[in-house]
Write a protein that binds this ligand. Structure first.
Ligand SMILES: C[S@@+](CC[C@H](N)C(=O)[O-])C[C@H]1O[C@@H](n2cnc3c(N)ncnc32)[C@H](O)[C@@H]1O
Length: 307
């Protein structure tokens, strides 16, 4: 098992970026052994041998998908979404007021909650941006999670995690035990399969990139490479936001932290320009008013231009 486990780890690292530690051996037991049994193989050794032969893309896909961690929830960690609403989006709306076009990427979209949280916030701004073309693209390595993302049907447990009640009532319909997101919000997001280790220039240029809670699973070399390629598809004045436990410390990258807002990153040299063009929206008092509750009306009255 140990030799096969090591070989599987190396396989996963090369093909998905995922770095498995010895302490994660239990994950192989619980997630990969069911595939071994389903395929009626003699054990992990035979599975690894088949993977190495590279003759079964479906098997490879199943094993990689089984090992991904898909944990996500609406408005995860809250602060990146508050920053999206009050810092990144106002700055971009000011900077793009001539072309009226905005592209946002959820780079490890999992089951869609991140991209849909963004779409629900944008919906609060809709009255102020008539005629704008806003695209939200969600990508993930796992086709399985993308299938669920496209369906946009969530359990009671899933909608209870992070989604403010007024947003649930406004944007979801209850169907039996589940909650389905409205077609209106669903239509704002496009989901596409994408391995971040592969070329992603075909996705085009983005103004805001959410790359959250995925780099954490990769080694420094892969993190650096992905961030470098991501920077190349980022607009010169665009923003990147990472997960709460992710940072650029120790990585060679052209991104730098936003001077004022932790967790927001920009191309080195872009910060002053961003600061000058940024319109500020006062942060919403979320303790008394949940995200999105009457936000369009509220933030419209609070908009002021700086710089
Ligand atoms: C923990 S979830 C994060 C979801 C969301 N961004 C969030 O912060 O809540 C990580 C996602 O990254 C995806 N992933 C893992 N390796 C990937 C790769 N090489 N390319 C693209 N997506 C990957 C997984 O399938 C999983 O859905």
């Amino acid at each position: 098992m140990s030799q096969a486990f090591d070989t599987l780890c190396e396989y996963l690292r090369r093909n998905s970026g995922l770095v498995m530690e010895q302490s994660k051996k239990y994950l192989v037991e619980s997630r990969v052994m069911p595939i071994v049994r389903r395929e009626k193989l003699s054990g992990l050794e035979e599975l690894v041998a088949l993977l190495q032969k590279g003759q079964s893309p479906k098997l490879a896909k199943d094993v990689i998908e089984a090992m991904t961690i898909n944990e996500t929830y609406f408005f995860r960690d809250k602060s990146p979404f508050d920053q999206f609403r009050t810092v990144m989006l106002p700055a971009m709306l000011a900077a793009r007021q001539n072309e009226k076009r905005l592209r946002i990427w959820s780079a490890a979209a999992s089951t869609g909650q991140e991209a849909y949280s963004i779409a629900m916030i944008l919906d609060d701004f809709a009255a102020r941006i008539p005629g704008w073309k806003v695209e939200i693209v969600g990508t993930d390595l796992s086709e399985q999670v993308l299938e669920k993302a496209r369906k946009a049907t969530y359990s009671q447990f899933e909608v209870q995690r992070g989604l403010p009640a007024p947003m649930l009532l406004r944007h979801f319909n209850q169907i039996g035990e589940s909650w389905q997101l409205s077609d209106h919000i669903r239509s704002k997001v496009t989901f596409r399969p994408l391995n971040l280790l592969a070329d992603f220039t075909t996705l085009g240029r983005f103004d805001i990139i959410f790359c959250r809670n995925v780099l954490i699973y990769f080694d420094a070399v892969r993190k650096t490479d992905i961030l470098a390629r991501m920077t190349r598809v980022l607009a010169p004045d665009g923003f990147v936001t990472l997960g709460a436990s992710e940072s650029l410390i120790g990585l060679k990258t052209d991104l730098v932290g936003h001077g004022e807002h932790r967790g927001i990153f920009m191309r080195a040299g872009a910060a002053p320009a961003v600061e000058q063009s940024a319109m500020r929206v006062a942060p919403q008092p979320s303790a008394t008013l949940p995200i999105g509750f009457g936000a369009a009306a509220m933030s419209a009255s609070r908009l002021r231009t700086t710089g």
